[in-house]
Design a protein around this ligand. Structure first.
Ligand code: FES
Ligand code: FES
Length: 160
């Protein structure tokens, strides 16, 4: 019978992490429960809502669809680390200025997914922004303010 628990080594927000984890534990549960990084949220738990969005090796993924053991050797970045680095300070400010968040449950995932689009450069159309964020659900804002905020940041970055 194969082992249920495994030793994994990874970096999370630049810090080395060594843990002994259940093979069935999802990445988002691992981040929240083992490392107390609760900025990544758990919503649908089956890849639909985007609340659990994090980056693994530079790529945005759903933390509920990935197992912690799959991240052995990986570089994981969460909203905490990305916010602390100031990479998305302008997006955070724009969300606040335009009321693009209310309860905030979706916001970490929205910010990381928006940043994924904006890192590609240029000023995407509102339709492109809407499509890119379509896998992130918000139950509060009606989305218009979120699109406004992302568009404003794209324009501001392009004019810098
Ligand atoms: S909790 Fe992962 S996509 Fe909804
Ligand atoms: S701000 Fe509440 S779910 Fe988006």
């Amino acid at each position: 019978m194969s082992e249920r628990f495994h030793d994994i080594t990874l970096t999370v927000n630049g810090e080395a992490v060594h843990e002994h984890v259940d093979a069935r534990k999802t990445l988002v549960d691992f981040l929240r429960e083992n490392l107390a990084l609760t900025g990544s949220h758990v919503g649908c738990e089956h890849g639909v809502c985007g609340a659990c969005t994090v980056r693994v090796d530079g790529v945005v993924v759903r933390g509920c669809l990935m197992l912690a053991v799959q991240c052995d050797g990986a570089r994981v970045e969460t909203i905490e680390g990305i916010a602390d680095s100031n990479e998305i300070a302008d997006l955070q400010q724009a969300f606040i200025a335009r009321n693009a968040l209310q309860c905030g449950f979706c916001t970490p995932g929205m910010l990381l997914t928006a940043q994924e689009l904006l890192r590609a450069g240029g000023v995407p159309s509102r339709e492109t922004i809407r499509t890119h964020l379509s896998g992130n659900y918000c139950r509060c804002t009606g989305y218009q303010a979120i699109i406004d905020a992302v568009e404003a940041v794209a324009q501001a970055r392009a004019s810098d």
